[in-house]
Write a new protein. Structure first.
Length: 112
């Protein structure tokens, strides 16, 4: 598998493959790239960011840790369907969303 490390602006090109049951990462310039490549190969995940309107406010939301890529649409649907009472920046909107271990937190709040 070929991918680009997104852990810093350098963007090293990674070649990731399995050999004798071990995940091998080539092309990384530092250990963060090796960890990223292995995660991408075994269980690719992303931080989810979105916005949601509620009452007189528009909230910016994000997961506080990456969730598996296969769960992103389900996470977005859960956020969409869950009523949002008034919250402040830093508050947890949904705890342990869909048992991923990630919380949905408020990162911004604007009056509409
Ligand atoms: S491997 Fe290291 S240097 Fe290269 S993009 Fe990833 S974090 Fe940056």
């Amino acid at each position: 598998m070929k991918t680009i490390c997104i852990m810093c602006p350098v963007g090293c090109s990674l070649n990731v493959y399995e050999k004798n049951g071990e995940v091998i990462v080539e092309g990384n310039s530092c250990p963060r790239g090796e960890a990223y490549g292995k995660t991408e190969f075994v269980n690719p995940s992303r931080v989810v960011t979105t916005t949601k309107r509620s009452g007189a406010f528009s909230y910016s939301l994000k997961t506080d840790k990456p969730v598996p890529k296969t769960m992103i649409f389900k996470v977005m649907e859960k956020i969409k369907k869950t009523p949002l009472k008034e919250l402040d920046v830093g508050d947890v909107f949904i705890k342990n969303i869909l048992k991923t271990g990630a919380n949905i937190i408020v990162t911004g709040k604007l009056t509409i």
